[in-house]
Design a protein around this ligand. Structure first.
Ligand code: AHN
Ligand code: ZN
Length: 329
């Protein structure tokens, strides 16, 4: 009988070790806490990406854009988040008034210690990097540039709704990131024409006095064999967060995606977060050093469709973020 109990315990332990990937966390020199991290599902994340792409291009002021907003709000609510809809009118570089909406899903909103996870959900109105000049004024589907970060965050939201994290989590989907002036427009201060939704939110957060321990931005995180580097402004404002995330990715065996080398500054939603609301925030963004513009071949082209999404890449990013947030106390 004792033998049976003994073997049952051994088998259960092995089973648990195999199915729940746990990570050990050193709290001080003596106590080691083991945190169970739920399994990120790349299939589920892929589905949330495809759902967005199936609305068509999500350019502000379009019908597709409104329908996608409703889907994102409803999905966050279904996962148990408290959802804030920040409806705003923003001026694009060309004078167009954009009816934009930042969508915020808060988990455990009463907790004072918080982590901000974000991505932009709009897509670019111009495929101005397309090989065919006739496509320059066509909107992009943004499977990677837009939907990938949002899809991975929805899958993370689904998990948090079931198994709560020790800290509170705010998931923010920024609008009007990608309505920036094309190079041909020769707009003055063209950097400021990007990231309009996050510029607004960082000066007018959904809650007065809002803050978080740190922020992580996901941008173009779904392409096959994507590479993420230590972006200069992330390293400048949030060096220890870059370290934390890249170290966790390496522990999990994802070093072929998370490259421990530095690259130059990228204008993205983490910049206003660092500069205006003073939350140390990093950008995880696909960078390709072989391209003159620095991004993937699909970038701002009509090829940014579902063929540009790879389950292994979204798994690497989603699993890494899950391990980071579940280990935060
Ligand atoms: C600029 O093109 C200035 N920044 C890249 C940020 C971006 C655009 N991310 C996605 N699309
Ligand atoms: Zn873009």
């Amino acid at each position: 009988m004792k033998k049976i109990i003994f073997f049952t315990i051994i088998i259960c332990t092995v089973f648990l070790m195999f199915f729940c990937r746990k990570t050990k966390q050193q709290v001080d020199n003596s106590i080691v806490i083991t945190v169970a991290v739920p399994q990120f599902s790349p299939d589920s994340a892929y589905y949330y990406i495809e759902k967005q792409v199936n609305f068509g291009a999500r350019v502000p002021n379009s019908e597709n854009h409104s329908r996608c907003a409703a889907y994102l709000i409803q999905t966050l609510q279904r996962f148990g988040a408290e959802v804030f809809e920040q409806k705003i009118q923003l001026q694009a570089f060309d004078g167009t008034t954009l009816n934009a909406v930042n969508i915020i899903g808060s988990f455990a909103p009463e907790k004072p210690r918080r982590i901000l996870l974000c991505a932009h959900w709009d897509t670019r109105p111009f495929a101005d990097q397309d090989a065919d000049k006739n496509n320059f004024n066509k909107p992009i589907l943004g499977a990677n540039d837009g939907a990938s970060g949002v899809g991975v965050l929805l899958e993370i939201a689904r998990n948090i709704g079931k198994d709560t994290t020790a800290v509170g989590i705010d998931i923010v989907f920024f609008d009007a990131e990608d309505y920036g002036a094309p190079e041909t427009a020769k707009a003055p201060n063209s950097n400021e024409t990007w990231c309009l939704g996050s510029q607004y939110w960082s000066k007018n957060p959904h809650k007065k006095g809002y803050s978080a321990q740190f922020g992580i931005l996901l941008d173009m995180i779904g392409a096959p064999n994507a590479t993420f580097f230590r972006e200069q402004l992330s390293d400048y404002y949030a060096h220890n967060i870059v370290d934390k995330v890249w170290k966790k990715a390496a522990e999990l065996g994802f070093s072929q995606y998370f490259i421990n080398d530095k690259i130059g500054a990228i204008t993205d939603d983490h910049v206003p977060i660092n500069q205006n609301i003073n939350i140390p925030a990093i950008d995880i963004i696909h960078y390709n050093p072989n391209n003159a513009h620095g991004f993937g071949d699909y970038w701002h082209t009509l090829n940014d469709n579902m063929q540009n999404i790879d389950k292994q890449t979204i798994n690497a990013v989603g699993t890494t973020i899950m391990h980071v947030i579940y280990n935060e106390q």
